[in-house]
Ligand binder design. Structure first.
Ligand code: NDP
Length: 283
């Protein structure tokens, strides 16, 4: 049986460290604020935003929620982003994605000030990740790196395989593994012999969006298996891209879904907001 990586515990540790830093900053009169903007009433987005507000409260940030109606125009949303860009109480701005169809995610994100872009989606921040000179790391891939670290695994020289090449997970994930000197392969829907490629991995990160696609035959004995996927199985139950039951006896370490990568994403968002706040206050 593999060691199960407890994302909730690792995330609690990260958040506790942040809480202590925030307390020390408050003692010096410094407060940190995160603005969360949600447009429309997508139920999953509502849950994510609520969880982000809760996390802000737990670490001691001020959170400012802007819930806008689904019919908000691009002009109105850009006006809000501009206002938040210029508000000194706001250190981080997060626009919850996906936006309603008539709004273009790219246009909105490109208008967030890069030093307040705590999701690290702005092209300036994406470019900085590429060259390894960054303030913010994209939250989900950064959370994955924390989970790998928690296993005591040194990434240097390891065969790392990432399944998925999205801009928010797969590509930055590969870059973070590369920065830690992993030998990285990025795979996707056109990859040939995916199973064989994955079975070479000492560290396998699945970010596909296909319920339980990764079975034991994709896994090398003793590998670290990180499951980013958040899917519904045939019974409507939340599950990952990895078939946990099938893989748990072969992997060395494995993340569950839920309770693995999910909690880390929010913890890393809090970390980025703290980084932004410290930078803005010159501490
Ligand atoms: P995308 O749909 O943007 O990307 C999926 C990637 O998987 C694509 O690169 C695609 O390849 C690849 N892919 C699809 N099918 C196959 C296949 N059969 N074999 C190999 N590769 C395949 O998804 P995201 O990156 O946004 O998200 C991935 C998963 O992670 C989802 O389940 C999502 O819900 C979850 N997620 C979880 C987060 C968390 O906090 N836990 C945060 C963000 C995402 P191609 O490029 O060729 O189409």
């Amino acid at each position: 049986m593999a060691n199960i990586i407890d994302g909730k515990a690792v995330s609690a540790q990260v958040k506790e460290g942040i809480r202590q830093e925030v307390e020390a900053l408050k003692a010096k009169g410094i407060e940190i604020g995160l603005a969360v903007v949600i447009v429309g009433d997508d139920p999953a987005s509502q849950v994510y935003v609520k969880n982000k507000e809760k996390a802000c409260e737990a670490v001691g940030f001020n959170s400012y929620k802007y819930a806008l109606p689904a019919e908000t125009t691009e002009e109105e949303l850009l006006a809000l982003v501009d206002k938040l860009n210029n508000d000194d109480k706001v250190d981080g701005i997060l626009v919850q994605l996906p936006l309603p169809k008539h709004l273009d995610d790219k246009i909105i994100i490109n208008n967030i000030r890069p030093d307040k872009d705590v999701d690290a989606f702005h092209p300036v921040n994406v470019g900085k990740i590429m060259i390894g000179d960054y303030s913010f790391l994209p939250c989900t891939p950064a959370g994955v790196m924390e989970l790998i670290k928690s296993t005591g695994t040194d990434v240097a020289g390891k065969e790392c395989v990432v399944i998925g090449r999205s801009n928010i997970v797969g590509k930055p994930q590969a870059m973070l593994l590369l920065h830690q000197n992993g030998t990285v392969t990025i795979t996707h829907s056109k990859t040939k012999n995916l199973k064989e490629v994955c079975a070479r991995a000492d560290i396998l990160v699945a970010a596909v969006g296909r319920a339980k696609m990764v079975t034991a035959d994709y896994i090398k004995e003793g590998a670290v298996v990180i499951d980013v996927g958040m899917n519904r199985d045939e019974n409507g139950k939340l599950c990952g891209d990895v078939d946990f039951e099938d893989c748990k006896d072969k992997a060395g370490f494995i993340t569950p879904v839920p309770g693995g990568v999910g909690p880390m994403t929010i913890a890393m968002l809090m970390k980025n907001t703290l980084t932004a706040g410290k930078e803005h206050h010159g501490v």
